[in-house]
Design a protein around this ligand. Structure first.
Ligand SMILES: C[S@@+](CC[C@H](N)C(=O)[O-])C[C@H]1O[C@@H](n2cnc3c(N)ncnc32)[C@H](O)[C@@H]1O
Length: 329
């Protein structure tokens, strides 16, 4: 008798699809002009991640000084059974800022979701990583979303089966101000619904010397990552930043509980971006990134203000980094 390939026992293959990009084409230009026009010049960190920036970030993750990736990977490996029990199996896993999805294979392996929805602003990283995961998890449905999570973003929830779990690793939440983080958590609370859950990787407050080393590595990879933003402006927006006349500067602002990254002008100069001209004094900086550090209770309070209960928290053996398991209140 001929065997029906759809009959019980036949392995069902998963799929890989890309949703239509929702990243507006002109927002980079508008945000750069607006940011460089402020009294304290600033640029949104989401623009670090062109293809080159995403590669540099992956190189940062391998640096000996940059503890967050190793610590988060270690705690995920160590507690993966408990994480899976908390999140549940067979649901839908939505990952914001998935990047190279370093920790996601552990989660996908343990949670065995029916669908995985990675969301990233870096099209290059999203495509590369999704293809890699597709080869590894052949039965998984992957729906990759090229989008900006700081804007209203439609996640194709029609694909979502079972419990919805949002995964937000890598301390990316630290790049948002506490007010932005609260708004983001509120949005995801709406997305996961009353039975959903969230797993958030949060960097912890610690000795400022360790923080300082992590953002000022000896090889200068973080400096290259920071300066790549100016190179991107030159390339994509007809800018004429002279990269040698700016220097990477990162420090821990203890009063605000955050690392600040800046690019400091080494001399008085003017810079053109398209038809716009910006004057810099010697020592004047462009503020390019914040990375907020939280206490466990501090993050739980933030999550509670957005409608989540902090049910679980997992730490790496050195207590450097935390993964919070949140459920809807
Ligand atoms: C700090 S990296 C973390 C990467 C990865 N999740 C990890 O744990 O190593 C931030 C990631 O979020 C993405 N990203 C940053 N801002 C974004 C935004 N507004 N919308 C979507 N993705 C964003 C970047 O492209 C990058 O992949």
């Amino acid at each position: 008798m001929a065997r029906n390939p759809r009959s019980r026992g036949a392995a069902r293959l998963g799929s890989l699809r890309f949703s239509v990009s929702t990243v507006p084409a002109d927002s980079f230009r508008e945000d750069v002009i607006a940011g460089l026009s402020l009294p304290q010049k600033s640029l949104p960190p989401k623009y670090f991640y062109d293809a080159g920036g995403s590669r540099l970030f992956e190189a940062i993750c391998r640096l000996k000084e940059y503890y967050p990736t190793r610590a988060e990977l270690a705690l995920t490996r160590r507690h993966i059974g408990a994480i899976a029990r908390f999140a549940g199996v067979g649901g839908t896993l939505i990952e914001y800022g998935s990047g190279a999805s370093t920790k996601s294979p552990l989660l996908i392996g343990a949670l065995r979701p029916t669908a995985y929805i990675p969301v990233d602003i870096s099209d290059a990283a999203l495509r590369k990583t999704s293809a890699k995961l597709r080869r590894r998890f052949t039965r998984l449905d992957i729906l990759a979303v090229h989008g900006d999570f700081s804007q209203p973003l439609k996640i194709p929830m029609a694909q979502a089966k079972g419990r919805r779990v949002v995964y937000f690793p890598g301390s990316t939440i630290g790049n948002l101000t506490p007010e932005e983080a609260q708004a983001f958590l509120r949005t995801t609370r709406g997305q996961v619904g009353p039975k959903g859950a969230m797993l958030v990787g949060v960097d912890l407050k610690k000795d400022a010397n360790l923080l300082h080393a992590a953002y000022n590595d000896a090889k200068g990879v973080t400096a290259a990552f920071n300066l790549n933003l100016l190179a991107r402006i030159n390339r994509e927006l007809r800018g004429d930043f002279r990269l040698r006349q700016f220097r990477h500067y990162a420090f821990y602002n203890a009063a605000l509980g955050r690392i600040e990254m800046h690019l400091v002008s080494l001399k008085a100069q003017t810079v053109n971006v398209g038809n716009h001209r910006f004057a810099f004094d010697t020592g004047e900086s462009i503020h390019t990134e914040n990375s907020y550090k939280y206490s466990i209770d501090g993050f739980r309070a933030l999550a509670a203000s957005a409608g989540f209960r902090g049910e679980k928290v997992w730490l790496d053996p050195r207590g450097m980094f935390s993964l919070h398991g949140l459920t809807a209140i």
